[in-house]
Design a protein around this ligand. Structure first.
Ligand SMILES: Cc1ncc(COP(=O)(O)O)c(C=O)c1O
Length: 364
């Protein structure tokens, strides 16, 4: 029997025990996944422990308690009705697509960007239209996006700051895009890296949501909250949209561990700030060392950065792997020999730089 969708099954790609056995490295530094190496707040771990004894019972049917804490955390007049929760930021995007994308619709995306957007559209029978980022700045071009809109366009999905480039669209461009969007188009702002942004020109997306614009702002607990293994995400939108998307949740959508962990994480903003600080300190250390080594990079508004080399990086990836350092090759237009490097603990950042330095002097 022919399935109507056909995608390959996903496999375990990073098994830490296998890597330890293969490399003999005592420490494995995961610099390929844009995680926060401090991990969860101790208050989150305690909350999960407490909740664990209750998992024989179904969780509350809805997520309103968690959404109320979200509203308190974000302030600015946002209410629980401005939020919906999801099992990851990825699912927050999927839920928006499931609520608003119809077969035959088009969704505009800007490559190079997060690789899953086309699959999300395709699962709804929609297609993606690529309006590539400008090169070498790797920024969305608002005029080209606006020109690409036609009667089939239903959504625009923008990642800001963008994965994998780490680049950020500024507020003038964002405001101009929002102000010129037709009424029946949804702008999905994938802002999962927003907590790491230091550029004061970062667009104020919530301002537009409060003004009633058709925007869904994606957030996650995977990045700055250090809870990637939990799979908990959420999004912010005007109540009409957040309630519509939240309404497609099944009953008991969020499990007990997620509901408790989410509240505890939101209530420990100091821990979030510690995660962000570690990422920013690590990034500045890496910048400085790359400057010393005369290696290029793209300044980033996230917890990762693109490092640019003059020759193929396969042997570098391998050399780093043999030391237990995991990084991702990330070829970009005009920059074929690049790595995407997530910041990690200081010892890992130092080990990465030592590995690069050894590879450069090797000349292989
Ligand atoms: C741009 C972007 N959006 C969404 C996600 C999904 O995050 P999660 O599903 O872990 O919340 C990621 C994860 O790497 C990402 O880079």
């Amino acid at each position: 029997m022919e399935p109507i969708k056909n995608y390959p099954r996903l496999q375990t790609r990073v098994d830490m025990d296998v890597i330890r056995a293969e490399t003999g490295a005592e420490e494995i530094y995961r610099m390929g996944y844009n995680e926060s190496p401090l991990g969860p707040s101790p208050r989150v771990v305690a909350a999960i422990r407490m909740a664990a004894s209750g998992i024989g019972y179904y969780p509350p049917m809805g997520d309103d308690r968690l959404r109320n804490v979200m509203a308190d955390t974000y302030g600015r007049g946002l209410t629980a009705d401005h939020f919906y929760t999801s099992l990851s930021g990825y699912e927050a995007i999927e839920m928006a697509a499931r609520t608003y994308l119809r077969p035959g619709d088009e969704m505009i995306i800007c490559h190079p960007t997060f690789g899953v957007y086309s699959k999300i559209a395709a699962l709804q029978g929609a297609t993606t239209v690529d309006v590539p980022l400008t090169v070498p700045d790797f920024l969305p071009d608002v005029d080209t996006i606006l020109r690409a809109i036609n009667e089939k366009t239903r959504a625009i999905l923008l990642c800001n700051p963008n994965n994998p480039t780490g680049t950020m669209m500024g507020s003038a461009d964002f405001d101009r895009l929002v102000d010129n969007l037709p009424e029946d188009i949804l702008l999905i702002a994938d802002d999962v890296y927003s907590h790491f942004v230091t550029d004061p020109d970062y667009p104020d997306v919530i301002k537009h949501i409060l003004a009633g614009k058709n925007i869904v702002r994606i957030q996650t607990f995977s990045k700055a909250y250090g809870l990637a293994g939990l799979r908990l995400g959420f999004a912010i939108a005007k109540p009409e949209i957040a309630n519509a998307i939240g309404g497609i949740q099944r009953g008991f959508h969020q499990n007990r561990l997620n509901l408790s962990a989410g509240v505890a994480a939101l209530l420990d903003q100091d821990h979030l700030r510690a995660n962000v600080k570690m990422a920013l300190d690590g990034k500045h250390y890496i910048y400085k060392q790359l400057d010393r080594l005369d290696v290029g990079y793209i300044p980033s508004q996230t917890n990762f950065l693109i490092v640019k080399f003059e020759r193929p990086v396969d042997s570098l990836v391998q050399a780093l792997y043999s030391k237990g350092i995991l990084v991702k090759p990330q070829p970009l237009p005009g920059t074929p020999h690049a790595l995407r490097v997530s910041t990690t603990v200081p010892a890992g950042n130092e080990a990465f730089i030592a590995g690069v330095e050894a590879w450069l002097s090797d000349g292989q």
